[in-house]
Design a protein around this ligand. Structure first.
Ligand SMILES: [Fe+2]
Ligand SMILES: [Fe+2]
Length: 205
């Protein structure tokens, strides 16, 4: 069995943890890391030594944002969307500190930091590694943890959250593999939600 984190990245995780205890970012990071690893398995040209440290450290900057404003930074009714850029800029500083402390062998620090710097505010990818990180980050939203977390942020139900993700997030996925994973999470969640009705024979159509 392969555990979620590559042993090479455990010292980075150890240092990142104290920056990830807001907004469920710790579990978000672990799930997104696993998804990034799965995406890299589908894309042999991607470099896991860039993609995995980048996804591990991409959201450390949220720790610097006032907790009272976190929920106002994202979503259709965000009143502080500028904080998305703040978490990227501050995240680069924190990630640089962590990477310089450990200097992990074989990791291209400049490329990792460049990916973190634009992971949310730039929707297109400048490289395959960048696309892996962006799609893993987005694909988390479709997972059980992502759907539950987002539904709670916006006080919506699971079904409405899945519809919103399908309509507004799915079209922005950058890779076929990322889209396929996201679609897989959606159909599995819907089937599980509808199973009771089908089993009882109370479904409408
Ligand atoms: Fe982010
Ligand atoms: Fe993220």
């Amino acid at each position: 069995m392969t555990r979620t984190l590559d042993p090479r990245d455990l010292p980075l995780w150890h240092d990142a943890r104290s920056f990830l205890d807001v907004r469920s970012n710790d579990v978000h990071t672990l799930v997104a890391y696993g998804l990034a690893r799965a995406l890299c398995a589908e894309h042999p040209q991607a470099d896991p030594a860039v993609v995995l440290p980048a996804i591990l450290l991409h959201d450390v900057g949220w720790k610097t944002v006032d907790p009272a404003l976190l929920s106002k930074a994202v979503g259709p009714n965000a009143t502080h969307p500028e904080l998305v850029r703040v978490h990227e800029v501050e995240g680069v500083k924190i990630a640089r500190d962590i990477l310089e402390r450990h200097r992990p062998a074989g990791i291209d620090t400049a490329q990792v930091l460049a990916i973190i710097d634009t992971h949310d505010t730039v929707k297109t990818a400048t490289s395959l590694n960048d696309a892996m990180v962006k799609d893993a980050d987005k694909c988390w939203r479709f997972t059980p943890h992502g759907v539950a977390t987002i539904a709670a942020w916006f006080a919506e139900g699971q079904a409405e959250t899945l519809d919103m993700l399908e309509d507004f997030v799915m079209p922005s996925m950058l890779t076929d593999a990322g889209r396929a994973m996201a679609r897989g999470f959606i159909v599995a969640a819907r089937a599980q939600m509808e199973a009771g009705d089908y089993l009882k024979g109370t479904h409408n159509v």
